[in-house]
Design a protein around this ligand. Sequence first.
Ligand code: ADP
Length: 197
Amino acid sequence: MPRTPISLSTLRSAHLAATYKGTNVILYQGDITLLDTHAIVNAANNSLLGGGGVDGAIHRAAGKELLRECRTLGGCSTGKAKSAEGYNLFAKKVILTAGPKYWEFSPQRAKELLEGCYLESLREAKRLGSHSISFPCISAGVYGYPGKEAAKVACESIKKFIETENNGIIKDVVFCVFEESDKTYYESALRAAFQAS
Ligand code: ADP
């Protein structure tokens, strides 16, 4: 079946949640591999050599070349980010980040590491000149981060980056949720982060 991209203009017109200091914050429910933002973020593991969940979906859609490039990247520490080309994806770049496995850290350390994933991914996107970026719910799948807390960390991290480091470079940030429960958590976290300010 042909894959139809979800364009940035559709994301902006139908899924905009907030505009904060000139950056559009968008909430979309569906498959991140269809999003036509300049970069998409992969919730990868430390090896960067592929896995299940969103990682598997991104590798399947990007094709074997992504794995080939990932083999040259030397892995990724938890809370950090690296990048690769998008290959057969609609996105031009894949930013690979390794989220914390929730059970391996104290809640405070897990939060710092998850915040690191968002901030380091945004820094990498800025370095690449990406004006638009899509995030999955990092660590909120098999890595076990409680969904409601993960949504808060995601929204607060993006807000912090927009306030302190963005300098108007990234114009669109998409939170691409997959599960209905995550959609609800993000709606509430977005309201708290962006509509109260
Ligand atoms: P992690 O190991 O970081 O927890 P997972 O891939 O297990 O990563 O899950 C991260 C999130 O990605 C989960 O909320 C899961 O529902 C979601 N997800 C799975 N497939 C996709 C997809 N194709 N597009 C967007 N999100 C997805």
